[in-house]
Design a protein around this ligand. Structure first.
Ligand SMILES: [Zn+2]
Ligand SMILES: [Zn+2]
Length: 136
């Protein structure tokens, strides 16, 4: 939304709205969302790194776990406290074969997907496995 106001028609309400939007935009880059599909839990990574209290209590990093880069999630990610045990019990691994080129996802619980041609399939297959393991 593009907002254009002249100085003469700026109201307190309009200013409050602008400051709220600015704060939300600044917050955006600080937030990390739980990597479990459908989970909306978020934490403020910058507040955590700087050792300060986040703007909202539900953004606290307490109990969040770092999911290291590699495996089926190349960039790594974070898992919320509610899902930390779930992901711990289902650590994924991507395995590849050269001929024909294919990838499969394998889980520490013993589950394995079939072979897929698209290398990024492994993440989605493991995520779907996580949801089933979580009973959803
Ligand atoms: Zn979660
Ligand atoms: Zn598993």
């Amino acid at each position: 939304m593009v907002l254009r106001m002249t100085a003469s028609n700026i109201t307190d309400a309009a200013l409050d709205d602008l400051y709220a939007r600015l704060a939300a935009a600044e917050q955006q880059g600080c937030m990390r969302t739980c990597l479990v599909p459908e989970c909306r839990a978020q934490m403020d990574i910058v507040a955590a790194l700087e050792g300060r209290v986040p703007a909202r209590p539900e953004w606290d990093s307490d109990g969040w776990k770092l999911f290291k880069a590699g495996s089926v999630i190349p960039g790594g990610g974070y898992v919320c406290p509610e899902h930390a045990a779930l992901v711990d019990a289902h650590r994924p691994q991507a395995i590849t074969q050269a001929d024909p080129p294919a990838v499969a996802a394998r889980c520490t619980c013993g589950w394995a997907s079939g072979w897929y041609r698209w290398h990024r399939a492994a993440r989605g297959l493991w995520e779907d496995h996580l949801l089933r393991a979580n009973g959803s």
